[in-house]
Design a protein around this ligand. Structure first.
Ligand SMILES: [Zn+2]
Length: 149
């Protein structure tokens, strides 16, 4: 918003405006609209620039080259996005098969545990058989002995 250089009050409507395009020392071009504003309090007119835009002169060939590069980068980006999607899918498949492999490992471990338990059971059974065939340790036989006496 243009302000009066004397009293600092805002002046919204210009008396007249015209576009200005000027070259800066660094090669940039400044494009803006200059307006003549009138402060009713101070009764003075002052210029004020609005819509300042910094532009750069560039050869048409170079501009087209840049456009082509932007297009290429866009294509590369799309291809990369596709690849990322593919990798995500592959990752999901690998994770699934990893879970399966872990389950298979668990099943294998359980099989080993079961065979161990079976062995322990067999040992216990043979121990029971041995105890059954040792008369002195049999409750019934000791009872029998009591009756005999
Ligand atoms: Zn003023």
């Amino acid at each position: 918003m243009p302000t009066c250089p004397t009293c600092r009050s805002n002046v919204s409507e210009p008396l007249r405006t015209w576009p200005i395009v000027k070259a800066e020392k660094n090669g940039e071009i400044v494009d803006c609209t200059v307006g003549i504003y009138w402060c009713t309090k101070c009764n003075i007119k002052f210029p004020f620039a609005v819509g300042r835009q910094r532009l750069k002169l560039i050869e048409t060939d170079k501009l087209e080259e840049l456009h082509d590069k932007i297009k290429m980068v866009g294509k590369v980006k799309q291809e990369l996005m596709k690849k990322v999607d593919q990798l995500e899918q592959e990752k999901a498949i690998v994770e699934e098969s990893l879970i399966l492999a872990r389950l298979e490992d668990k099943a294998e471990n359980l099989k080993v545990e079961i065979s161990l338990l079976k062995e322990v059971k067999r040992e216990l059974e043979s121990m029971i058989k041995y105890l059954d065939h040792t008369p002195s340790l049999k409750v019934e036989t000791s009872k029998q002995k009591c009756i005999d006496q």
